[in-house]
Design a protein around this ligand. Structure first.
Ligand code: FBP
Length: 305
């Protein structure tokens, strides 16, 4: 049953057509968190983004595309996100079982990249053919190639929405002018979330921010306004505020595999700060199936509390 909270979130997207709204609703009404307005999504593009051994060697069943559809289903995720090949390999077998997010661009680590640029690896037509609810697209704000990705996203978002598909944007600051520490700096992450929102993202995905401030002019503003950024919940709150004052769904990435306790502590911080949820890849499929289902269950319980 459609809940008040889901209706409230949808009301923030009144500018979108009924197809987009239905697909956003579908993701919010699927899985164990259905109706809460919270999200736990399984993303498995790491085979492309990081390489197969780095991604799957630790848990060999994960080389199989069907494994991830089943894992997302068993855990009760709101959606499963992957590049064309993985989605094509399982979309028929799992048709209608779980909302899908087809990633339309990807990049690999086979050449040195100071200023990353993802290639378009699938189309809106592919997303429709495969029954996806949304397209996924990565931008790298801070890359010398960022403008190309912004313009590609503009075109693809327009096309996707015109067919009633929702738009999910992975916004990862990275590039020759940003320090490693700066990639997760609070000012930079908030800026990346804002850029994604301005580009029309319905759902924004960023990394959990640190208390570091990268840009000198931003630092002045944070200090002058005394923006609280000391704790993780403070910083999450600031990123949510920077995404149209809570009117855009913002979810946070799980990151490299860590122990259960460390991950759950971070999730509690995200929840406390008003985050809409998590997208947890490596911390899911790099654990044995049952351990992953158990951990995702704990994450969902935090978001449902
Ligand atoms: P993880 O939970 O494994 O971090 O997955 C989230 C994600 O956004 C993936 O979709 C993507 O492949 C990965 O992070 C990129 O991580 P990085 O930017 O560190 O290469």
């Amino acid at each position: 049953m459609m809940t008040k909270r889901v209706k409230e979130i949808l009301s923030h997207y009144a500018g979108e057509n009924p197809g987009v709204l239905s697909n956003l609703a579908r993701m919010m009404m699927s899985g164990r968190l259905a109706g809460t307005g919270k999200f736990v999504i399984l993303p498995v593009d790491q085979g492309f983004e990081h390489g197969p051994a780095r991604s799957f060697a630790i848990n060999p069943p994960a080389y199989d595309p069907a494994y991830h559809f089943q894992l997302a289903l068993d855990a009760g995720c709101n959606a499963y996100a992957a590049p064309l090949g993985f989605i094509e390999a399982g979309a028929a077998e799992f048709a209608g079982a779980i909302p899908l997010i087809l990633k339309l661009n990807d990049h690999d680590l086979l050449h040195d990249e100071k200023d990353p640029l993802s290639a378009q690896t699938a189309s809106v037509k592919d997303a429709l053919r495969l029954g996806a609810s949304a397209i996924g697209f990565t931008i790298y704000p801070g890359s010398a190639n960022a403008q190309i990705m912004y313009q590609e996203l503009r075109e693809l978002a327009l096309e996707a929405k015109s067919h009633g598909l929702a738009v999910v944007v992975w916004s990862y600051p990275r590039g020759s002018d940003i320090s490693k520490e700066g990639e997760t700096a609070i000012d930079v992450v908030a800026y990346a979330a804002q850029i994604a929102a301005q580009l029309g993202a319905n759902i924004i995905k960023v990394k959990a921010p640190s208390a570091h401030i990268e840009l000198a002019d931003a630092k002045k503003a944070y200090l002058a306004a005394k923006v609280p950024i000391e704790t993780l919940p403070d910083r999450i709150r600031h990123v949510i505020q920077s995404s149209f004052n809570g009117k855009r769904i913002v979810i946070f990435s799980g990151g490299a595999t860590v122990g259960d306790e460390q991950l759950l502590t971070e999730i509690k911080g995200i929840h406390e700060g008003g985050g809409f949820g998590s997208i947890v890849g490596r911390n899911s499929f790099q654990r044995p199936h049952d351990k992953a289902v158990e951990l995702l269950g704990k994450i969902m319980s935090i978001y449902a509390s």
